[in-house]
Ligand binder design. Structure first.
Ligand SMILES: Cc1ncc(COP(=O)(O)O)c(C=O)c1O
Length: 405
């Protein structure tokens, strides 16, 4: 019984899941701080030099002259953006029902909403190990029990996935969804081959598990080729696909999309309690994308990011010890490194920071432990000069770490 004399405790008021948040990220909290001198290769921010500033200014001006009421008043999202997403999915061979497209504030919004409609406390979600840290956090804070399936050189290990699904079925339980980044994977940069994509969906159908296909880097292919979305393969009725304008326009516009089965989309729409994506920002994105501009811009970005990757690759070949292995991505924002046994990433990072460079330790991408000798290097954000300088500093840090052992 609460009386006027009971101790007041704000913490006593929170839902249980709000406390999960406190534990979600001890690894990041423990990392040494970057400073003004640090060349950060840790985070996959877009390259600000590649933002289409002139076009954005012109588009905002054009919009405000066009129909102020439609973009600045209480108004629905711009249908043209849904149509743009529909056209882009159709071009990839998806038989699109536009009713099932949802425009969201970043694909992160779906990573947060999907657990709300799918998970009861303790329900199982299968993720790749390693995977995108944001995904783990959203799932764990909403009560998920995480099962990890390893990522090899060809993305998620499908044999290991099958074993996991079998093991769960043997226990009389099942996962609610499988979170995968099949194309230009974050953090490893790997690509899941077509055959494995098909096997993944066959398993999802057999075991009755939803597949969350995160296609954040789908458009960012150095050769301008697009991998087959899971939406185009047999079993696609088990797929919820998310894509984003963050990487192909600017993360700050916070525009993204989801497409999937009607039953899922209806519930996501219901739980997305923001009255729909805003008319101003949705119109801005559809306005700037028109007449093939976005396609041209993506071609330009791919050429630029491919070049930045090559700069990083060449610098690593020059400066890293020969027993440090690195991935060879065909797109996306990241190189993944595998460190020798005598060089754990967490210890190396202290020396790296002292040498003026940072990276993300692999442990961050593992929900159930692992990745102690792995690291993610982003080539997306820094200038080419800084990439060369940063990798030279990291190579020095690696040699220095070895020398002090
Ligand atoms: C794999 C992956 N998914 C989702 C996101 C989040 O993207 P958005 O800006 O659309 O929320 C990122 C951003 O880094 C990502 O790497």
């Amino acid at each position: 019984m609460i009386s006027a004399n009971s101790p007041r405790d704000l913490d006593a008021l929170f839902a249980r899941r709000a406390f999960e948040f406190d534990h979600a990220n001890p690894i990041l909290a423990d990392l040494p701080k970057e400073n003004n001198e640090t060349i950060s290769l840790a985070y996959g921010d877009a390259d600000p030099r590649l933002f289409p500033i002139k076009e954005l200014i012109a588009s905002v001006g054009g919009l405000l002259h066009e129909n102020t009421d439609a973009v600045l008043n209480y108004a629905p999202s711009d249908r043209a953006l849904t149509e743009l997403v529909a056209t882009r999915l159709q071009r990839r061979g998806v038989a699109v029902d536009p009713q099932n497209i949802l425009i969201t504030y970043g694909s992160s919004q779906i990573l947060g909403l999907l657990p709300q409609i799918m998970l009861n406390q303790g329900d199982i979600v299968i993720v790749e190990g390693p995977t995108f840290l944001g995904g783990i956090e959203y799932f764990v804070t909403q009560g998920a029990t995480i099962e990890t399936v390893p990522v090899g050189t060809q993305g998620m290990d499908i044999d290991a996935l099958e074993e996991t699904l079998k093991r769960l079925a043997g226990r009389g339980t099942q996962a609610k969804f499988i979170y995968t980044i099949p194309t230009h994977h974050n953090p490893t940069g790997t690509m899941m081959p077509l055959e494995n994509r098909k096997r993944l969906l066959a398993l999802a159908s057999t075991y009755g598990v939803l597949v969350l296909e995160d296609d954040a880097y789908g458009d960012l292919d150095f050769r301008g080729e697009m991998a087959a979305s899971l939406l185009t393969l047999p079993g696609s009725e088990w797929v919820l696909h998310i894509g984003t304008f963050s990487k192909i326009l600017a993360p700050g516009v916070r525009m993204a999309w989801a497409y999937g089965p009607t039953a899922v989309m209806q519930r996501l729409r219901k739980f997305k309690s923001d009255q729909g994506a805003g008319p101003f920002i949705t119109r801005l994105v559809s306005f700037i994308a028109q007449d093939g501009w976005l396609d041209n811009h993506i071609r330009y970005l791919n050429a630029e990011y491919a070049h930045k990757y090559e700069v990083m690759r060449d610098a690593m070949a020059t400066h890293f010890p020969v027993d440090v292995q690195v991935s060879t991505p065909g797109g996306g924002f990241f190189v993944y490194g595998y460190l020798p046994q005598d060089m754990p990433a967490r210890a190396l990072i202290d020396v790296a920071i002292a040498h003026g460079v940072s990276f993300l330790p692999g442990t961050v991408g593992y929900a159930n432990g692992g990745g102690t000798h792995e690291m993610r290097l982003a080539f997306s954000f820094q200038s080419e000069a800084n990439i060369v300088d940063g990798i030279a500093r990291l190579g020095k840090a690696m040699h220095a770490y070895r020398a002090q052992q």
